[in-house]
Design a protein around this ligand. Sequence first.
Ligand SMILES: [Zn+2]
Ligand SMILES: [Zn+2]
Length: 229
Amino acid sequence: MLNFLRQALGIFPCPGCGAPSDKCNAFCRECREKMKLFDGIRCPGCGGELDGALAQCSKCLREELRPWRYAVSCFPYSGYGKLLVQRFKFGGFPELARPFGFIAAERLKEISEPMDMMTSVPLFFTRCWSRSYNQSALFASICARDLHVPFRQVMFRTRPTPHQAALPRKMRVKNLKGAFAVWPWIRLDGLNVWVLDDVFTTGSTLHEAAETLLDAGAAGVRVLTLARA
Ligand SMILES: [Zn+2]
Ligand SMILES: [Zn+2]
């Protein structure tokens, strides 16, 4: 009854701030503005800003080739957006998966890249237990449903890895070598797979995940993160 009334009146509580929002489980306009959502074409190498006339940003042109064909993010990992991601990740607010899933789907609708399957970066099972959910898998499955693309959790972590945030870049890459594997019964041959994760920092987690998928036969890997540091 309450939901019916809300629908009739067009008021739903915003999952970010609790103020009325015009769509169920979606952030209100004010929250979206505060998150500073990205739009349009950005650097396909890292999802950052294009700083010249070339197809990739100067940082990507300087750095080694990335294993993915396209990278995109939804908003900067700072201010209000960062607060919401941290609440989602560490604060026990799995209900933020829906609005984040919708935002990711919205961003992907702006991009015409092949999309056969979606997956997410796995957590080691002990971390998944202690947090009681894998935030990336939650929003990724909602995003996939919104876009009518199949979602499958195709990878698992072979071992626990120390928190990436505490490590310098070189150590991050080493820390993750061989940390992911594809379940033996999964067939990825010829598929264009999108990997979804919460935050893009140096890209080393996604780098390892993308290489794992390519080794397992994926035709191409593309990555989306909610936020970008
Ligand atoms: Zn709001
Ligand atoms: Zn770039």
